[in-house]
Design a binder for this molecule. Structure first.
Ligand code: UTP
Length: 418
C-alpha cells in the first residue's frame, strides 16, 4: 500500500470508530510522523477496543460466586514418606531435563518507581548488592549444579523494556548463566483509552500502549514459539514466576512431585496470610473450580473463618509461583482470558501540540491476570511454603514489600541456609 492510501485508510478507520480527536491530530502532522502514526493505526484491533471500552461503561454484573475452601498441602506437616515420594517424583523430572523456568519481567514496576526494567533494580543484600535478575540467575545456577543439568530459562519482556533487558543481560554476561539456555520473548500490549474512549497520543505522536498484563503470557509464549521450543527440548513441566521475589524458589521438586502425585496439570506454591485482612489474593474454589480471589472480593466473615486447627480457610496467598504441564499451557494459550480495567494517570499530547502532564487518573489500562487461567481446570495442587523461605517481594519503594523488607528476608534466609 502506498503512503497516501495508508493515510486515507487510517483516516477512514478513525472516522468509523469515532476517534475524532486522533483524526484531527493526525491531519496536522508532518508527513513522516503522519505515516508512522497511520501505520500504527492500521495495526489496531478496533473491534476489540470497542468491546473493552464498552465494558468499562457498564456496571459490572455481580456474578454470584460460590466460594469454597481449596485443599492445600503444608510442606512442613507431611510424613517423611510423603515428602520422599514428592521429592523423588520431582527430582526425576528435573534431572531428566524435563523442566523449564519462565520469568515474567514485562511489568512496569510503577510502585517501585525504578527507572528501567524491574530486574535491573539493585538490592543491597549481604555480602554485596545484587540485581534482581542476578538473584534469579544465581538461584537457577545453584539448581543446575545440584542436579547436573542446565535448566532452560525463558524471560518475558514487554515492548517497553525488551531492548534494555536484553542489553542488560549481555552487559553482565548473563550473570554467568549459560547464554544458550536463555531465551527472551516479548509480551503483547494494548492501547490505553481515555475515559471518554479516545486513544491516547504520546509525546512522540505514537498511540500510547501498555503491556497487556501477566495473564497474556500464555498466548505470548505460544505466539513466540516458546511452547514449541519447550516441546522440542522434551520439557514436560514449566514453572512461571515473578521477577521481583528475592526468595523465589524456582526449582522445588516438592511442588512438581505433589502435582504428579495428585494427578493435576497445574500447581502453585502459597504462603499463609499474615492476618485475615491482609491485602493479598488467596486461593479458593469459586463455582467449583480453582481460583484466586482478590482481598476486596472476599467477604469479611469468610476472611476470618478458620478450620478445626485454627488455620484460615481462605488463607493461602497467591505468590506468583506457578507450575504447569506443557499440555496445560497449550490449552490455556487457546483461551481468551478476561481483561481487568485499571484507572491510570497518563500524560498525553493534546490537539494543540501541548504535552499535558496529569495528576489524576484519566485513562483505562487493560490487563489479563495470570491466575484467571486456573478457572479452566477442575482442580490444582497447592503447596504451602513459608514466607521466610519463599516470599520476599519488592513491590513498593518503602514500607511493606519494599527493598528494605526484602533485603532483611534475603539476608536472614541466606545466613541460615548457606
Ligand atoms: P505486578 O502486578 O506486581 O506489577 O507484577 P509490577 O509491574 O511488578 O509493578 P506495578 O504494579 O506496576 O507497581 C507481578 C509480576 O508480573 C509481571 C511483573 O514483571 C512481575 O514479575 N508482569 C506484570 C508482566 O510480566 N507483565 C505485565 O503486563 C504485568
Amino acid at each position: 500500500m502506498n503512503v497516501e492510501n495508508k493515510i486515507l485508510k487510517a483516516e477512514k478507520l478513525l472516522e468509523e470508530n469515532k476517534q475524532d480527536s486522533v483524526l484531527r491530530i493526525l491531519r496536522k502532522l508532518d508527513s513522516e510522523k503522519k505515516e508512522k502514526l497511520a501505520e500504527q493505526i492500521l495495526q489496531l484491533d478496533f473491534e476489540q477496543l470497542r468491546k473493552l471500552y464498552k465494558e468499562t461503561q457498564e456496571t459490572p454484573e455481580i456474578l454470584e460466586k460460590k466460594l469454597e475452601h481449596i485443599n492445600y498441602v503444608d510442606k512442613y506437616k507431611i510424613s517423611d514418606e510423603k515428602r520422599n515420594t514428592y521429592l523423588n517424583l520431582g527430582e526425576e523430572i528435573i534431572k531428566n531435563g524435563k523442566y523449564a523456568v519462565v520469568t515474567m519481567a514485562g511489568g512496569q514496576g510503577t510502585r517501585l518507581g525504578h527507572k528501567g526494567p524491574k530486574g535491573t533494580f539493585k538490592i543491597d543484600v549481604e555480602p554485596e548488592p545484587k540485581y534482581l535478575f542476578q538473584i534469579l540467575a544465581e538461584n537457577l545456577e545453584k539448581a543446575n549444579k545440584k542436579y547436573g543439568i542446565t535448566i532452560p530459562w525463558y524471560i518475558m519482556t514487554s515492548t517497553e523494556n525488551d531492548k534494555e533487558t536484553e542489553e542488560f543481560y549481555k552487559a553482565h554476561n548473563y550473570f554467568g548463566y549459560p547464554q544458550e539456555a536463555v531465551k527472551f520473548f516479548t509480551q503483547g500490549n494494548l492501547p490505553l483509552l481515555f475515559t471518554n474512549g479516545s486513544l491516547v497520543i504520546d509525546k512522540d505522536y505514537s498511540i500510547k500502549i501498555a503491556a497487556d498484563g501477566n495473564g497474556c503470557i500464555y498466548k505470548s509464549m505460544k505466539k513466540a514459539g516458546i511452547l514449541d521450543d519447550m516441546k522440542q527440548k522434551g520439557v514436560q513441566w514449566i514453572f512461571i514466576g515473578a521477577v521481583d521475589n528475592v526468595l523465589l524458589n524456582m526449582v522445588d521438586p516438592m511442588l512438581i512431585g505433589l502435582a504428579i502425585d495428585e494427578k493435576h496439570e497445574i500447581a502453585a506454591k502459597s504462603v499463609p496470610k499474615n492476618y485475615p485482612k491482609e491485602r493479598v489474593g488467596v486461593f479458593c474454589k469459586a463455582n467449583g473450580v480453582p481460583s484466586v480471589i482478590e482481598y476486596s472480593e472476599l467477604p469479611e466473615d469468610m476472611a476470618e473463618q478458620t478450620d478445626e486447627d485454627g488455620e484460615l480457610l481462605y488463607g493461602e496467598a497467591h505468590i506468583m509461583c506457578n507450575l504447569y504441564t506443557l499440555d496445560a499451557l497449550e490449552k490455556i494459550a487457546k483461551i481468551d482470558l478476561p481483561y481487568h480495567v485499571a484507572n491510570k494517570k497518563t500524560d498525553y499530547m493534546n490537539e494543540d501540540g501541548e504535552f499535558i502532564e496529569v495528576k489524576e487518573p484519566n485513562a483505562y489500562k487493560f490487563e489479563a491476570f495470570i491466575f484467571d487461567a486456573f478457572n479452566y481446570f477442575d482442580d490444582m495442587s497447592i503447596l504451602r511454603g513459608r514466607r521466610e523461605e519463599d516470599f520476599a517481594p519488592v513491590k513498593n519503594a518503602e514500607g511493606n514489600d519494599s527493598p528494605e523488607t526484602a533485603k532483611k528476608l534475603y539476608n536472614d534466609f541466606h545466613a541460615k541456609n548457606n
